[in-house]
Design a protein around this ligand. Structure first.
Ligand code: GDP
Length: 292
Protein backbone atom coordinates (compact mmCIF):
# COMPACT_ATOMS: atom_id res chain seq x y z
CA UNK A 1 0.00 0.00 0.00
CA UNK A 2 1.16 3.47 -0.92
CA UNK A 3 0.26 4.77 2.53
CA UNK A 4 3.20 2.83 3.98
CA UNK A 5 5.69 4.77 1.91
CA UNK A 6 3.63 7.90 2.55
CA UNK A 7 4.87 8.27 6.08
CA UNK A 8 8.51 7.47 5.44
CA UNK A 9 9.81 10.75 6.87
CA UNK A 10 7.84 10.38 10.08
CA UNK A 11 9.02 6.79 10.28
CA UNK A 12 12.65 7.95 9.90
CA UNK A 13 12.14 10.36 12.80
CA UNK A 14 10.81 7.61 15.00
CA UNK A 15 13.30 4.94 13.93
CA UNK A 16 15.93 6.33 16.31
CA UNK A 17 14.19 4.61 19.19
CA UNK A 18 14.34 1.17 17.57
CA UNK A 19 17.99 0.53 18.22
CA UNK A 20 17.68 1.76 21.77
CA UNK A 21 14.79 -0.59 22.40
CA UNK A 22 16.68 -3.46 20.82
CA UNK A 23 19.35 -3.27 23.52
CA UNK A 24 17.06 -2.00 26.25
CA UNK A 25 17.56 -3.03 29.85
CA UNK A 26 15.97 -1.63 32.97
CA UNK A 27 18.95 0.61 33.79
CA UNK A 28 18.51 2.37 30.42
CA UNK A 29 14.90 3.32 31.01
CA UNK A 30 15.35 7.05 31.57
CA UNK A 31 17.66 7.46 28.61
CA UNK A 32 15.39 5.50 26.27
CA UNK A 33 12.29 7.39 27.37
CA UNK A 34 14.08 10.72 26.94
CA UNK A 35 14.97 9.77 23.37
CA UNK A 36 11.44 8.57 22.75
CA UNK A 37 10.05 11.84 24.07
CA UNK A 38 12.33 13.79 21.76
CA UNK A 39 11.37 11.66 18.74
CA UNK A 40 7.64 12.07 19.42
CA UNK A 41 8.00 15.85 19.83
CA UNK A 42 9.98 16.17 16.60
CA UNK A 43 7.23 14.24 14.81
CA UNK A 44 4.60 16.71 16.10
CA UNK A 45 2.70 14.53 18.50
CA UNK A 46 2.54 17.63 20.68
CA UNK A 47 3.70 17.97 24.30
CA UNK A 48 0.50 16.83 25.97
CA UNK A 49 0.20 13.52 24.13
CA UNK A 50 3.94 12.93 24.25
CA UNK A 51 4.02 13.24 28.02
CA UNK A 52 0.94 11.07 28.41
CA UNK A 53 2.49 8.28 26.32
CA UNK A 54 5.96 8.46 27.85
CA UNK A 55 4.75 8.58 31.46
CA UNK A 56 2.39 5.67 31.03
CA UNK A 57 5.23 3.61 29.52
CA UNK A 58 7.49 4.59 32.43
CA UNK A 59 4.86 3.50 34.92
CA UNK A 60 4.38 0.14 33.24
CA UNK A 61 8.14 -0.45 32.96
CA UNK A 62 8.73 0.37 36.63
CA UNK A 63 5.78 -1.79 37.65
CA UNK A 64 7.42 -4.67 35.79
CA UNK A 65 4.61 -4.96 33.26
CA UNK A 66 6.90 -4.30 30.30
CA UNK A 67 9.97 -6.49 30.34
CA UNK A 68 11.61 -6.12 26.94
CA UNK A 69 12.19 -3.64 24.15
CA UNK A 70 9.62 -5.45 22.04
CA UNK A 71 7.00 -5.19 24.76
CA UNK A 72 7.72 -1.48 25.14
CA UNK A 73 7.38 -0.91 21.41
CA UNK A 74 4.10 -2.83 21.31
CA UNK A 75 2.76 -0.82 24.24
CA UNK A 76 3.80 2.39 22.48
CA UNK A 77 1.97 1.38 19.31
CA UNK A 78 -1.09 0.38 21.29
CA UNK A 79 -1.27 3.67 23.15
CA UNK A 80 -1.11 5.64 19.89
CA UNK A 81 -3.76 3.40 18.34
CA UNK A 82 -5.99 3.91 21.40
CA UNK A 83 -5.63 7.68 21.13
CA UNK A 84 -6.75 7.49 17.51
CA UNK A 85 -9.67 5.16 18.02
CA UNK A 86 -11.09 5.72 21.50
CA UNK A 87 -13.22 8.65 20.40
CA UNK A 88 -15.31 6.07 18.60
CA UNK A 89 -15.65 8.27 15.56
CA UNK A 90 -16.65 6.84 12.23
CA UNK A 91 -14.02 7.26 9.56
CA UNK A 92 -16.32 6.26 6.68
CA UNK A 93 -18.29 8.97 4.93
CA UNK A 94 -21.81 9.25 6.36
CA UNK A 95 -23.92 9.98 3.32
CA UNK A 96 -27.43 8.98 4.35
CA UNK A 97 -29.87 7.69 1.81
CA UNK A 98 -31.14 10.89 0.24
CA UNK A 99 -29.80 11.46 -3.27
CA UNK A 100 -27.75 13.34 -4.07
CA UNK A 101 -25.69 13.40 -0.90
CA UNK A 102 -23.78 16.67 -0.52
CA UNK A 103 -20.17 16.75 0.62
CA UNK A 104 -18.61 20.17 1.11
CA UNK A 105 -14.85 20.54 1.05
CA UNK A 106 -13.52 23.46 3.10
CA UNK A 107 -10.07 24.76 4.06
CA UNK A 108 -7.65 27.62 3.48
CA UNK A 109 -6.18 28.18 0.03
CA UNK A 110 -3.14 26.09 -0.79
CA UNK A 111 -3.95 23.29 1.64
CA UNK A 112 -5.01 20.92 -1.10
CA UNK A 113 -8.77 21.42 -1.24
CA UNK A 114 -9.31 21.18 -4.98
CA UNK A 115 -6.81 18.36 -5.40
CA UNK A 116 -8.45 16.40 -2.58
CA UNK A 117 -11.90 16.95 -4.09
CA UNK A 118 -10.61 15.58 -7.40
CA UNK A 119 -8.99 12.56 -5.78
CA UNK A 120 -12.12 11.90 -3.69
CA UNK A 121 -14.28 12.07 -6.82
CA UNK A 122 -12.03 9.51 -8.48
CA UNK A 123 -12.21 7.16 -5.50
CA UNK A 124 -16.00 7.41 -5.08
CA UNK A 125 -16.55 7.01 -8.81
CA UNK A 126 -14.48 3.82 -8.78
CA UNK A 127 -16.70 2.58 -5.97
CA UNK A 128 -19.64 2.99 -8.35
CA UNK A 129 -21.08 6.38 -7.35
CA UNK A 130 -22.23 8.91 -9.92
CA UNK A 131 -20.43 12.13 -8.97
CA UNK A 132 -21.27 15.73 -9.77
CA UNK A 133 -18.71 18.41 -8.90
CA UNK A 134 -19.80 21.92 -7.90
CA UNK A 135 -17.30 24.76 -8.34
CA UNK A 136 -18.33 26.66 -5.22
CA UNK A 137 -15.21 28.81 -4.92
CA UNK A 138 -16.66 31.74 -6.84
CA UNK A 139 -13.99 34.17 -5.62
CA UNK A 140 -11.14 32.84 -7.71
CA UNK A 141 -11.69 32.10 -11.40
CA UNK A 142 -8.58 29.93 -11.29
CA UNK A 143 -10.19 27.65 -8.71
CA UNK A 144 -13.02 26.77 -11.03
CA UNK A 145 -10.60 26.23 -13.95
CA UNK A 146 -8.54 23.92 -11.77
CA UNK A 147 -11.62 21.94 -10.75
CA UNK A 148 -12.66 21.62 -14.40
CA UNK A 149 -9.30 19.98 -15.09
CA UNK A 150 -10.03 17.49 -12.30
CA UNK A 151 -13.52 16.87 -13.69
CA UNK A 152 -11.97 15.97 -17.03
CA UNK A 153 -9.23 13.89 -15.48
CA UNK A 154 -11.72 11.82 -13.46
CA UNK A 155 -14.51 11.76 -16.04
CA UNK A 156 -16.95 13.53 -13.73
CA UNK A 157 -19.44 16.22 -14.61
CA UNK A 158 -19.27 19.66 -13.07
CA UNK A 159 -21.48 22.67 -12.38
CA UNK A 160 -19.69 26.03 -12.56
CA UNK A 161 -20.87 29.56 -11.76
CA UNK A 162 -22.65 31.40 -14.52
CA UNK A 163 -21.64 35.03 -14.71
CA UNK A 164 -19.11 36.91 -12.64
CA UNK A 165 -21.16 37.65 -9.56
CA UNK A 166 -22.63 34.19 -9.06
CA UNK A 167 -23.00 33.10 -5.45
CA UNK A 168 -21.50 29.91 -4.12
CA UNK A 169 -24.87 28.89 -2.68
CA UNK A 170 -26.56 29.22 -6.05
CA UNK A 171 -23.88 27.04 -7.70
CA UNK A 172 -24.50 24.42 -5.04
CA UNK A 173 -28.28 24.53 -5.24
CA UNK A 174 -28.05 24.31 -9.01
CA UNK A 175 -25.84 21.25 -8.63
CA UNK A 176 -28.26 19.64 -6.17
CA UNK A 177 -31.18 20.30 -8.50
CA UNK A 178 -29.33 18.79 -11.43
CA UNK A 179 -28.21 15.94 -9.21
CA UNK A 180 -31.84 15.10 -8.39
CA UNK A 181 -33.01 15.37 -11.97
CA UNK A 182 -30.20 13.34 -13.44
CA UNK A 183 -29.72 10.69 -10.79
CA UNK A 184 -26.36 11.70 -9.34
CA UNK A 185 -25.43 10.00 -6.07
CA UNK A 186 -23.07 12.59 -4.63
CA UNK A 187 -22.40 16.31 -5.14
CA UNK A 188 -18.85 17.27 -4.19
CA UNK A 189 -18.73 21.01 -3.55
CA UNK A 190 -15.55 23.10 -3.55
CA UNK A 191 -15.66 26.26 -1.41
CA UNK A 192 -13.75 29.49 -1.01
CA UNK A 193 -10.66 29.50 1.19
CA UNK A 194 -12.17 32.53 2.93
CA UNK A 195 -15.21 30.65 4.10
CA UNK A 196 -14.31 30.75 7.80
CA UNK A 197 -13.82 34.53 7.83
CA UNK A 198 -16.80 35.40 5.67
CA UNK A 199 -19.86 34.86 7.83
CA UNK A 200 -22.53 35.67 5.28
CA UNK A 201 -20.95 33.31 2.77
CA UNK A 202 -20.64 30.67 5.44
CA UNK A 203 -24.25 31.04 6.58
CA UNK A 204 -25.46 30.91 3.02
CA UNK A 205 -23.60 27.68 2.32
CA UNK A 206 -24.33 25.97 5.62
CA UNK A 207 -28.01 26.65 5.07
CA UNK A 208 -27.78 24.41 2.00
CA UNK A 209 -28.44 20.75 2.61
CA UNK A 210 -25.23 18.85 3.33
CA UNK A 211 -24.17 15.50 4.74
CA UNK A 212 -20.48 15.98 5.32
CA UNK A 213 -18.25 19.01 5.71
CA UNK A 214 -14.67 17.87 5.30
CA UNK A 215 -11.87 20.19 6.36
CA UNK A 216 -8.67 19.90 4.35
CA UNK A 217 -5.53 20.48 6.42
CA UNK A 218 -1.97 20.71 5.11
CA UNK A 219 -0.02 17.96 6.88
CA UNK A 220 3.31 19.72 6.39
CA UNK A 221 2.19 22.46 8.80
CA UNK A 222 2.17 19.95 11.66
CA UNK A 223 0.83 21.26 14.95
CA UNK A 224 0.23 24.68 13.38
CA UNK A 225 -2.88 23.23 11.79
CA UNK A 226 -4.60 23.02 15.18
CA UNK A 227 -5.73 26.65 15.61
CA UNK A 228 -6.95 26.70 12.03
CA UNK A 229 -8.91 23.49 12.54
CA UNK A 230 -10.47 24.86 15.74
CA UNK A 231 -11.54 28.05 13.99
CA UNK A 232 -13.16 26.22 11.08
CA UNK A 233 -14.88 23.83 13.43
CA UNK A 234 -16.36 26.62 15.52
CA UNK A 235 -17.66 28.43 12.49
CA UNK A 236 -18.82 25.65 10.19
CA UNK A 237 -19.01 22.47 12.28
CA UNK A 238 -16.64 20.00 10.66
CA UNK A 239 -17.68 16.36 10.28
CA UNK A 240 -14.34 14.96 9.14
CA UNK A 241 -10.77 15.80 8.21
CA UNK A 242 -8.62 15.25 5.17
CA UNK A 243 -4.92 15.60 5.97
CA UNK A 244 -2.89 16.27 2.85
CA UNK A 245 0.77 16.15 1.84
CA UNK A 246 1.62 13.46 4.37
CA UNK A 247 3.83 11.85 1.71
CA UNK A 248 6.52 14.48 2.20
CA UNK A 249 5.96 15.31 5.84
CA UNK A 250 8.02 14.33 8.83
CA UNK A 251 5.23 15.51 11.10
CA UNK A 252 2.78 12.63 10.92
CA UNK A 253 2.28 12.76 14.68
CA UNK A 254 0.01 15.77 14.16
CA UNK A 255 -2.65 13.30 13.00
CA UNK A 256 -2.82 12.02 16.57
CA UNK A 257 -2.86 15.53 18.11
CA UNK A 258 -5.61 16.75 15.85
CA UNK A 259 -7.86 13.73 16.50
CA UNK A 260 -7.23 13.89 20.23
CA UNK A 261 -7.83 17.64 20.52
CA UNK A 262 -10.81 18.06 18.24
CA UNK A 263 -12.43 14.66 18.52
CA UNK A 264 -13.12 14.85 14.79
CA UNK A 265 -12.19 11.79 12.75
CA UNK A 266 -9.59 11.85 10.00
CA UNK A 267 -11.49 10.38 7.06
CA UNK A 268 -8.81 10.51 4.36
CA UNK A 269 -5.12 11.22 4.00
CA UNK A 270 -3.43 12.68 0.94
CA UNK A 271 -0.16 10.99 0.02
CA UNK A 272 0.65 12.58 -3.34
CA UNK A 273 -0.66 14.64 -6.23
CA UNK A 274 -2.03 11.88 -8.47
CA UNK A 275 -5.64 10.69 -8.77
CA UNK A 276 -4.99 7.63 -6.65
CA UNK A 277 -3.17 9.43 -3.86
CA UNK A 278 -6.02 9.74 -1.40
CA UNK A 279 -6.38 6.91 1.10
CA UNK A 280 -9.17 6.24 3.58
CA UNK A 281 -7.66 6.72 7.01
CA UNK A 282 -6.92 3.44 8.71
CA UNK A 283 -5.59 3.99 12.24
CA UNK A 284 -3.93 0.60 12.47
CA UNK A 285 -2.18 0.92 9.11
CA UNK A 286 -1.07 4.40 10.13
CA UNK A 287 0.46 3.19 13.39
CA UNK A 288 2.20 0.33 11.58
CA UNK A 289 3.50 2.79 8.97
CA UNK A 290 5.07 5.22 11.42
CA UNK A 291 6.41 2.63 13.90
CA UNK A 292 7.47 -0.10 11.51
P1 GDP B 1 -6.38 24.55 -2.61
O1 GDP B 1 -5.95 25.96 -2.82
O2 GDP B 1 -6.67 24.27 -1.16
O3 GDP B 1 -7.49 24.11 -3.50
O4 GDP B 1 -5.09 23.64 -2.90
P2 GDP B 1 -4.71 22.79 -4.19
O5 GDP B 1 -5.61 21.63 -4.34
O6 GDP B 1 -4.57 23.70 -5.35
O7 GDP B 1 -3.28 22.22 -3.75
C1 GDP B 1 -2.16 23.05 -3.52
C2 GDP B 1 -0.88 22.32 -3.93
O8 GDP B 1 -0.67 21.18 -3.07
C3 GDP B 1 -0.94 21.75 -5.34
O9 GDP B 1 0.32 21.92 -5.93
C4 GDP B 1 -1.24 20.27 -5.13
O10 GDP B 1 -0.75 19.47 -6.17
C5 GDP B 1 -0.51 19.99 -3.82
N1 GDP B 1 -1.08 18.86 -3.07
C6 GDP B 1 -2.36 18.69 -2.68
N2 GDP B 1 -2.50 17.54 -1.98
C7 GDP B 1 -1.27 16.95 -1.95
C8 GDP B 1 -0.76 15.73 -1.34
O11 GDP B 1 -1.46 14.94 -0.69
N3 GDP B 1 0.58 15.50 -1.51
C9 GDP B 1 1.39 16.36 -2.20
N4 GDP B 1 2.69 16.05 -2.31
N5 GDP B 1 0.94 17.49 -2.75
C10 GDP B 1 -0.38 17.80 -2.63
Amino acid sequence: EKIFSGFSKTRDNLAVIDELLLYWNLADTDKVLDELEEALLVSDFGPRITIKIVESLREDILAGKLKSGIEIKDALKKSVLDLLTNKGNKTELQLGYRKPAVVMIVGVNGGGKTTSLGKLAYRLKNEGAKILMAAGDTFRAAASDQLEIWAERTGCEIVVAEGEKAKASSVLSQAVKRGKEQGFDIVLCDTSGRLHTNYSLMEELIACLHHEILLVLDGTTGLNMLPQAREFNEVVGITGLILTKLDGSARGGCVVSVVDELGIPVKFVGVGEGVEDLQPFDAEAFVNAIFS
